[in-house]
Design a protein around this ligand. Sequence first.
Ligand code: ADP
Ligand code: MG
Length: 287
Amino acid sequence: SVPLAFFAGLGATSKNGVLIKGSNYLEALNDVTTVVFDKTGTLTKGSFSVTKLIPANDVNENDLLGYTAAVEQNSTHPIARSIVNSYTGDLNQYQVTESTETSGRGIQATVNGHKVSIGNEKAMADLNINHVELDPTGTTILVAVDGKFWGSIIVADEPKADAKAAISQIHDLGLQTVMLTGDNHAVGTTVASELGIDKAVTNLLPADKVTQITELQFNNENPQKVAFVGDGINDAPVLVKADVGMAMGALGSDAAVEAADMIIMDDKPSRISTTINIAKYTRKIVL
Ligand code: ADP
Ligand code: MG
């Protein structure tokens, strides 16, 4: 049977905006030594805006944004939505067929008979387009048409208001913090250092994030109990692998909410330390 104090604990967490799927998860939170975060939508707002267009020679800005927006209509990625929203022209002039999205990489489609590929350095490397310059001010979305580099679209996101405080509260509890992201090195390390996160690992594919969690858990010298906090469809496998999985409930994907043990209803990362404190208090009453 479940001790009464656990119901009190679960009640306290729900008052603080965190739904927990069972008292065992609240208890498990006591043993966590490392909190691992996804970046986009978890520590940052996940609402991008286009800040810069850098067309290649002979490419016009309007075509660069128009062809890209046409393809991104088929994606629900927050980056895709920001690109579609920033295009003020008529998307009906583009006929989009054969669209395929690859998570952690990008999306491609045929537009008015041209093969349009959009994404990060990995997506470009598939087309043998290498050594493209990344803009340090934001996430650089690279675009190629018929195998030729067409230019970059820079999109930027910003940290959530309470992200920095959330990290420092977790450190005050004696826990270590790690950020895992599919975004590039420049952006990932900038966000991590702004927020005071102990370690950032960048350029990760969704499967790499799972590997990172297992490496922390099964580290020979210093095995960690890991809580993972994420929001995306891609985060579901990581949420399952972690000792405790926490999902953002408001803007998070259904897949993440389903896979998680706890749901932060208002998407505030500062709820994490509050919940750990409730877990500690609950354990004290139970023991
Ligand atoms: P994160 O780990 O920050 O949640 P994702 O794994 O969703 O990021 O994506 C990693 C990177 O892959 C993005 O930063 C972007 O460069 C690229 N990418 C993924 N999907 C798209 C898309 N639909 N359009 C353009 N780029 C994309
Ligand atoms: Mg994400």
